[in-house]
Design a protein around this ligand. Structure first.
Ligand SMILES: Cc1cc2nc3c(=O)[nH]c(=O)nc-3n(C[C@H](O)[C@H](O)[C@H](O)COP(=O)(O)OP(=O)(O)OC[C@H]3O[C@@H](n4cnc5c(N)ncnc54)[C@H](O)[C@@H]3O)c2cc1C
Length: 296
């Protein structure tokens, strides 16, 4: 079963912001941290893109572990073994996302017409067999757009109609296998090709889809990189695959067998244990580690 938030995921972010502000926190939007400052193995604060320095005895980062440590702290401040371990982490989580504004609901054709029953369109997945998934992945690895991209469709307005004008709907589609390893200058074109294949595929199952399509916007991994600082566009900061699990996934103080040798610096993002996804666990762990280290 999928749980949906009334009002959409933004409601959750707003709630967290309000809790933080109520606890006397200060939030700065569109404020890029360019460097995490470290002196004598102690964190001293951050330097912003505009040059402003914010001093702090504790810094918690929810960026990817290697973005935090290699890009913002700097490899020269870390033991070479840790630098090697953080390098080359696999970020080929090549999702593409398309948001659609729709003039009505998709109508699925037989034998999938049971999806037209009330509420069923809220969450629909179109996946092939494991062999087919593997074939699509291998196509993507070769720099080609999958010819039959696996995808999932979420329609929040099915359960929460007030999110759209009467009769209209919003849909978000995830499609898998964007050819992330193709040269970067091809990504814009590949994005358009893949978006077209996604729309064609949905229309094969729901023939009215192209007719109800009012507007769409597509985000490829390079957008996720620009918008969220996600490495290679991997907003999961590392999926749950064996080499990024167990001892190879850090906690608030880094790897259990090789902690970050910088006092006051903590990791609290999706690339840590408890991630990825909207789980709150990495941030929870980081917060409690900070309190524990402060003797509270
Ligand atoms: C389109 C989309 C749909 C998703 N859907 C789901 C879902 O349905 N379910 C689910 O569980 N997960 C979903 N995820 C994944 C989930 O959102 C992430 O795993 C999670 O948000 C990661 O949390 P985080 O706090 O580690 O990092 P983020 O949420 O990425 O937060 C990092 C923040 O740091 C900011 N930032 C980056 N660089 C800097 C810098 N240098 N200085 C200052 N700030 C910086 C970014 O702008 C961002 O606000 C989705 C992600 C995306 C992009």
């Amino acid at each position: 079963m999928t749980t949906k938030l009334k009002g959409g995921i933004g409601v959750l972010a707003e709630h967290l912001r309000d809790l933080f502000l109520d606890a006397a926190g200060e939030v700065r939007y569109r404020t890029k941290v360019e460097q995490i400052l470290v002196e004598d193995a102690h964190v001293t604060g951050v330097r912003l893109k505009d040059g402003e320095v914010i001093t702090a005895p504790i810094v918690v980062s929810n960026l990817a572990p290697e973005t935090t440590l290699l890009d913002l702290v700097g490899a020269e401040k870390l033991p070479s073994s840790l630098v090697t371990r953080l390098g080359g982490r696999d970020h080929r989580a090549s999702f593409m996302q398309i948001h659609f504004a729709l003039d009505g609901l998709p109508e699925y054709a037989a034998p999938y017409d049971f999806l037209n029953e009330p509420g069923m369109q809220m969450s629909v997945g179109m996946f092939g067999s494991p062999e087919e998934q593997q074939r699509q992945w291998e196509k993507a690895r070769g720099g080609e757009v999958p010819d039959n991209p696996a995808l999932s469709i979420q329609m929040p307005t099915v359960g929460d109609p007030e999110m759209a004008p009467p009769g209209k709907h919003a849909a978000s589609v995830y499609a898998y296998g964007f050819p992330i390893e193709a040269p970067r200058d091809q990504h814009g074109h590949l994005k358009s090709v893949m978006a077209e294949r996604v729309v064609d595929k949905i229309t094969r199952y729901a023939p009215n889809f192209k007719d109800i399509l009012i507007r769409d916007i597509t985000f490829a991994p390079y957008h996720m990189n620009t918008m969220f600082g996600a490495p290679n566009g991997d907003f999961c900061h590392g999926l749950l695959q064996p080499e990024l699990m167990g001892p190879n996934r850090p906690g608030p103080k880094g790897f259990l067998d090789e902690p970050i040798p910088i006092e006051g610096l903590y990791l609290g993002g999706a690339g840590c244990h408890g991630g990825p996804g909207i789980t709150f666990i990495p941030g929870y762990n980081a917060g409690y580690q900070v309190l524990a280290d402060a003797g509270r």
